[in-house]
Design a protein around this ligand. Structure first.
Ligand SMILES: Cc1cc2nc3c(=O)[nH]c(=O)nc-3n(C[C@H](O)[C@H](O)[C@H](O)COP(=O)(O)OP(=O)(O)OC[C@H]3O[C@@H](n4cnc5c(N)ncnc54)[C@H](O)[C@@H]3O)c2cc1C
Length: 253
């Protein structure tokens, strides 16, 4: 469903399927070989991270190819089409490393793309052709439920956690977020908030908006965080700046 290597049939299975279809349809179908990451000839990175950031930054073919697309990787990946890969992929392991990489991008003017699960179907994580260098910031290392408040039935959750891992961490305490988009297994809390996602696999309250008490977001000019409230009748909700912002204002943690 997400065009991931782990979900694809093997070369042998595809050859067998092509032979079976060829027989049934009366035309010759050939299963092309899907190129291995090591064989891709990608444009050389236009920039490298400074020494202080190298421990959590990657520039290998697999990382650059994987982060070249969102869900449209299914259209291009099998043909080895990666004309505009990101130059650096950062996987910050904490907020200090996130601050450091965003400070570097701001100082140098690098185009920065937040990357959650990469299930975007609108090109949200695809590097723009007319900008560069590109630093993709994948927040997959920030994947923990940090605190569960059983009285308020609220939790503080890091934004890089994927749907199933989030539910696995809430379940022992008897809770569920109850947000089930069709991309549940391949998308993250931060991505849901950034895209204002709808949980089409649940009934009644289904939008992520309904479950967010506050958002913490690192912007190019510093941290942004609204006051955490279970509900408020006091005018416009500042969280709505972040919810649906599609990654253009900052990186939600
Ligand atoms: C099979 C399939 C089913 C889908 N079903 C649904 C559905 O039921 N409901 C629905 O609403 N959508 C659905 N989508 C679309 C997509 O899954 C959602 O938009 C999802 O919320 C994206 O989450 P992600 O973690 O994959 O984000 P990504 O694809 O990684 O990013 C999406 C956008 O958000 C930004 N972003 C990601 N993480 C952060 C962050 N931490 N901080 C700031 N910006 C960030 C990115 O820069 C990008 O612009 C579906 C997609 C697929 C492929």
């Amino acid at each position: 469903m997400f065009g991931l290597e782990s979900e694809e049939p093997s070369y042998e299975q595809r050859v067998a399927a092509a032979a079976s279809l060829s027989g049934r349809l009366g035309v010759e179908l050939v299963a092309p070989r899907i190129p291995a990451a090591a064989d891709l000839e990608l444009r050389a990175p236009r920039v490298s991270p400074p020494e202080a950031l190298r421990a959590f930054c990657r520039q290998d073919n697999w990382e650059r190819a994987y982060h070249s697309y969102g869900n449209d990787r299914t259209l291009h990946g099998p043909f080895g089409r990666y004309p505009n890969p990101p130059d650096v992929i950062a996987h910050p392991r904490n907020e200090q490393e996130l601050e450091a990489v965003l400070a570097w991008c701001s100082e140098e003017g690098h185009c920065t793309i937040p990357y959650g699960g990469g299930s975007s179907v609108v090109g949200g994580v695809t590097p723009p052709a007319d900008a560069g260098p590109i630093v993709t910031v994948a927040i997959d290392q920030l994947d923990q439920v940090l605190e569960i408040d059983e009285v308020s039935r609220a939790a503080r959750i890091q934004a890089g956690v994927f749907g199933p891992a989030l539910e696995d961490q809430l379940r022992p305490a008897g809770f569920t977020l109850r947000h089930f988009p069709q991309s549940f297994s391949g998308s993250t809390l931060g991505g849901w908030i950034a895209t204002r996602s709808g949980g089409h696999y649940a009934t009644n309250h289904t939008h992520i908006d309904e479950f967010v008490e506050t958002v913490r977001m690192l912007t190019p000019s510093g941290w942004w965080e609204a006051r955490r409230l279970p509900g408020s009748g006091a005018g416009p909700d500042p969280n709505r700046l972040a919810i649906g912002s599609e990654g253009i204002l900052g990186i939600i943690t």
